[in-house]
Ligand binder design. Sequence first.
Ligand code: DC
Length: 231
Amino acid sequence: MHVPDIIIAIDGYSSTGKSSFAKLIAQEFGFMYLDSGALYRGVTLYAVEHGLIDERNVIDTAALKDALDTLDLHFADGHEGGNTFMGERCIEKEIRSLPISRKVSPISALPEVRQFVDRKLRELGARKRVVIDGRDIGSTVFPDAELKIFMTADPQVRAMRRMKEMQGKGEKVSFEDVLENVRERDYIDSHRKVSPLTKADDAIVLDNSDMTLEDQMVWIKKLIAGKFGNE
Ligand code: DC
C-alpha cells in the first residue's frame, strides 16, 4: 500500500508489543525503525562500563554529561546480532541484559540523557518515513508526528506474554511475580518526574489484549487509508 512520508510515533505501556509492532510496520512500509529505548540502554551500558554509576545507582552526572558530547550511538543494518551500535561495536545483546535493564531507569531520568536521545531521534526523524517506539515520542519528542499510537493491553494479558517470553529464555518465574512487576513498571513509567508515560491528546489508542500482530497490521493499514487516503 502507498504510505505517505510521515512519522509514526508508538508509545505505551511495557510488554504491549510496541517494538514487534513497530518493526513489522517498518518492514511492510519500508520505513526506518528507531528504538528509543535502545538509545537509553546504550547510554546506560556506557555508564556501567566506565564506572559512572555505582551499585547504589549514584551517577557521576558531570562525567556522563561530558561523555555524551562524543558518544557515538547509532543504528545500522546488516549485522546479525542486531542494529544498535556504539562506534563500531554491536551492543544489542549487552543492552538487553539484566544488569543494564536494572540501571536504565535512573539513567533515563537524567535531563541531559533525555536531551541527548531526543536530539538523536529528531535528527534521524527529520527525513520522515520513520516509526519510533518509546514512552514520550508523541507527547515530547515528535509532538507534530502525523500518526500517533498509544498501546495498551490488560495487565493480565501482558503478564502472560512476558512470562512466556521469559520462560522461553529458560527463566523460572511465577505469574504472580510477573504481574506484580508489570503493575510496578506501569506505575513508575507513568509517575516519574521527567517525561512520564502519557498519551498525547491526538494519539489513537490501540488495546491489543485480544489482537494478534496480523490483526494490528490490518488495523493500522485501515487507519492510514482513512487518514491519508487522498494524499
Ligand atoms: O522500551 P525499553 O524497555 O527498551 O526502554 C528502556 C528504558 O528506557 C525504560 O526504562 C524506559 C526508558 N525509556 C524512556 O524513558 N523513554 C523512551 N522514549 C523510551 C524508553
